[in-house]
Design a protein around this ligand. Sequence first.
Ligand code: NAD
Ligand code: UDP
Ligand code: UDP
Length: 351
Amino acid sequence: PKLPAYHRVAAAVHSVGKVPLGIKRKGLRIVVTGGAGFVGSHLVDRLIARGDSVIVVDNFFTGRKENVMHHFGNPRFELIRHDVVEPLLLEVDQIYHLACPASPVHYKICRLLREIGVLNCVYKTNVVGTLNMLGLAKRVGARFLLTSTSEVYGDPLQHPQKETYWGNVNPIGVRSCYDEGKRTAETLTMDYHRGAGVEVRIARIFNTYGPRMCLDDGRVVSNFVAQALRKEPLTVYGDGKQTRSFQYVSDLVEGLIRLMEGEHVGPFNLGNPGEFTMLELAKVVQETIDPEARIEYRPNTEDDPHKRKPDIGRAKELLGWEPKVDLHKGLPLMVSDFRLRIFGDHKEGAT
Ligand code: NAD
Ligand code: UDP
Ligand code: UDP
């Protein structure tokens, strides 16, 4: 089928760009969707540092300009406010597709938005947003990396989870906009790979924490750290015996870059196999911030997975990757950032 006129113009411009005009471009041109978010902004830092040109595409639903502001004024950095649910024309070599609200609290906000007629949220972002970015990758011949999630394994019946496990997911539950959304995004990614020859990579990311996480996004590490700093009780949901495996953000970024640059499509689990119950996590937070911090039990959320731990054998073997920063080392790095953002430079929080 004939491309719309604007696509043809962009395609022509792109092919001209491929002709050597005597000016050798340094580095790659890379789009990071969701680049103003937590993981995205750390990835952008690495890409800029190694000399690439980076275009961040973000609608600031959960991301913040502050996360990337330090690159303003750098000619190799661009920031576009754009919702990936809408088509986007750019000429690039690689697409890291991260745009997606990533915390259960955001699914609730999305439900509220839907009630006032804003449909454009988690599921639509995963499906239509991913489709658009794959369409872009196909048109310009860019390599596309999807940040999928360990949630595709649902409430897993296999432990630890290997990439070959198909998962145990409720298709109509309150979390399904996210986990089924990501499963569909994986399907689309493989469809474009097999059907249109797009070079793709799939990462299944396990719980990740670090500086620049949203202060109030409801995820357990950010909740506990903010609560302990504010001298509020740590809210443990359910009996606190459910487990998660927590990865520090620099390890994840290293894994994502290795995956993008490597030869293998994946999917690859990227996570830290160190597994903790929520009560054990609360204890590490108490030891790091405030041994006096109290614990308060709250009812658990619906469909909460009982346990989760990655088998990272495939990433170790094929990407030569494994995490280096354990929770005891990573948590204090996040705490300094949270302390600064909660209390500013004032003395009160600097205990
Ligand atoms: P985040 O909320 O900090 O970042 C997501 C970014 O995407 C935000 O900047 C947000 O504004 C942007 N965004 C959301 N919807 C958009 C849209 N329609 N158009 C344009 N931009 C949009 O979350 P994060 O933790 O940095 O997660 C990044 C990616 O990694 C997500 O795809 C998430 O599903 C995946 N992931 C994260 C974790 C984790 O533990 N952090 C675990 C598994 C998967
Ligand atoms: N798309 C985009 N940017 C591009 C090329 C495509 O946003 O540079 C969008 C396009 O609008 C479409 C989606 O990606 O909605 C899928 O594109 P594709 O060409 O694969 O499918 P088609 O347009 O043929 O349905
Ligand atoms: N959780 C908790 N207290 C909180 C927030 C979350 O005990 O204040 C629990 C939650 O019920 C889940 C685990 O921590 O069992 C991880 O939740 P999170 O939302 O961080 O990640 P996900 O469920 O997406 O893995």
